[in-house]
Design a protein around this ligand. Structure first.
Ligand code: BES
Ligand code: MN
Ligand code: ZN
Length: 498
């Protein structure tokens, strides 16, 4: 879809559809009042009749409104002014998006950028509009032989800015919204692909493809023999039962000065998690194709950052493997030595995410990171603790954790902190090795993070458990692209602070 910014009065716009806000109770926005005046009170008459109260999300289409140059006027309910916030703004955009789907209009001109959201500027409103429209237009039809007929649908949206002075900010906001949207849909596409197509090799190819698109990204793929040389016994133990070769993918984006320490993102890339010898029950096991959504979010974020050409250095590291049972698979009770030298007793082969991440986190040291953030569909326990609204965040550096919380709030890609207290570390004691890979039933999301914390002592680190947020389960099953918005916002926010 194409986006544009313009500045001008609504009655002067020659467009297929003007989009105008109405708040509760029955209150026209500034643009609405202008049109009302030009049409001799037509809008206020309609409102008085009770067809449009301004209730949040309500929509009403009017045709041939006199005094305008536009074919249609779409009135959109914005709720009460005092209830306006980031979330209600997105809800308003959401209803506009579905209303436009049911119209014949191929383009529209929106005055919803005039709505006042406390603490949010025009830049935010424009980039959010782009992202919301693109989000609603995403369909996963990669593997359908017949693509669904897209009804005559909107191709272009113009957004109004208060004056010509804001045009260039607006254009930049559109570019940002587009870049983040492409990152989100890349992450969704990869997540939605089945395990027989999206293998570790496929992920490596996708990284190479990013390198082709963006010369600022340099990719390196390590093979199993390279991992052996690096003594990544823990990562290799997970791939032991798989016929597909594991890959350790790294992507370096150079946008900042060469002496600037990078942000390092480490994404769990288990392209299918059967549990291994500790086999999972059958119910919903297909959803374990999503166990590479951490990896997908790293690729999506790097793509967004490179498309925006941000002046910062970012590294992505993706340990990619399957987790399958086999005669050669790792067994419960097996003890392996990680790259860091710590020995691990694998009491449950289904706790494989931490086993691949720990070696990737040790490998991250070589990039001399400023901060490291790992992203993983790590524990079912995280869903039990927090549900599917926020991702969990835990870390060893509270400013980093707080930055992630605040960036997440800005883009409705929320995270909630769980405590990483020392008391929990005891649950990982092993009688035979330095550490066990599971910590019992209690606090499963926290003990998983405790495990990772043993490998992240040399840098500032935060862990995002996205088990509940990376995809939607049920009738609307599909990847969400989270936390690409959060991660890109975090990187954007770093640029402002520094
Ligand atoms: N990938 C799963 C976690 C998961 C499960 C995410 C369901 C989303 C939905 C992970 O590898 C796993 O199997 N974790 C185990 C850990 C347990 C064995 C300590 C879990 O959560 O059951
Ligand atoms: Mn597992
Ligand atoms: Zn897993």
């Amino acid at each position: 879809m194409e986006f544009n910014v313009k500045s001008g009065n609504p009655e002067k716009q020659r467009t297929a559809c003007l989009i105008i806000g109405v708040s509760q109770p029955r209150k026209l926005s500034r643009a609405g009042r202008l049109i009302d005046k030009m049409s001799d009170g037509f809008l206020s008459t309609i409102i008085r009749r009770g067809d449009m109260d301004g209730k949040l999300g309500q929509t009403l289409v009017l045709h041939n409104v006199s005094g305008t140059l536009s074919d249609r006027v779409l009135l959109v309910g914005c709720g009460k002014d005092k209830d306006l916030n980031e979330k209600t703004y997105l809800k308003i955009l959401d209803s506009v998006s579905s209303a436009l789907d049911n119209l014949g209009a191929m383009e529209a001109y929106s005055y919803l950028t005039d709505i006042n959201i406390k603490g949010r500027d025009i830049q935010w409103k424009i980039s959010q509009t782009v992202m919301q429209m693109e989000k609603n237009r995403y369909h996963c039809e990669q593997l359908k032989s017949k693509k669904s007929e897209t009804p005559k649908s909107i191709r272009k949206l113009v957004m109004n800015v208060p004056s010509r002075r804001e045009l260039s900010i607006g254009e930049q906001a559109i570019q940002q919204g587009n870049a983040i949207s492409s990152g989100v849909s890349l992450a969704k596409d990869l997540g939605n692909l089945p395990g027989n197509i999206c293998t570790p090799t496929y992920l490596a190819e996708q990284a190479k493809r990013l390198q082709k698109t963006f010369p600022t990204i340099v990719v390196e793929i390590l093979e199993e023999k390279d991992m052996k040389k690096l003594a990544m016994g823990s990562l290799l133990s997970v791939t032991a039962g798989s016929q597909q070769p594991a890959k350790l993918i790294s992507l370096e984006y150079h946008g900042g000065p060469s002496d600037q320490k990078p942000v390092v993102l480490v994404g769990k890339g288990v392209t299918f998690d059967s549990g291994g010898i500790s086999l999972k029950p059958g119910l919903a096991m297909d959803e374990m194709k999503y166990d590479m959504c951490g990896a997908a979010s790293v690729l999506g974020t790097l793509s967004a950052v490179a498309e925006m050409q941000l002046p910062i250095n970012v590294v992505g590291i993706i340990p990619a493997t399957e987790n399958l049972p086999d005669g050669l698979a790792t067994k419960p009770g097996d003890i392996v030595t990680s790259m860091s030298g710590l020995t691990i007793e694998i009491l449950n082969t289904d706790a494989e995410g931490r086993l691949i991440l720990c070696d990737a986190l040790t490998y991250a040291e070589k990039f001399d990171p400023d901060v490291v953030i790992d992203i993983a569909t790590l524990t079912g326990a995280c869903i039990i603790a927090l549900g599917r609204t926020p991702s969990a965040v835990l870390g060893n550096h509270s400013p980093l954790v707080n930055d992630l919380i605040s960036s997440g709030k800005q883009v409705e890609d929320k995270v909630w902190e769980l405590p990483l207290w020392d008391e929990y570390q005891d649950q990982l004691k092993s009688n035979f090795a330095d550490i066990a890979n599971i910590g019992g039933r209690d606090a499963g999301a926290i003990t998983a993070a405790c495990f990772l914390s043993r490998f992240t002592r040399k840098y500032k680190w935060a862990h995002l458990d996205i088990a509940g947020t990376a995809w939607v389960t049920g009738d609307n099953k599909g990847a969400t692209g989270r936390p690409v918005p959060l991660l890109t916002q975090y990187i954007l926010d770093r640029l402002v602070e520094k």
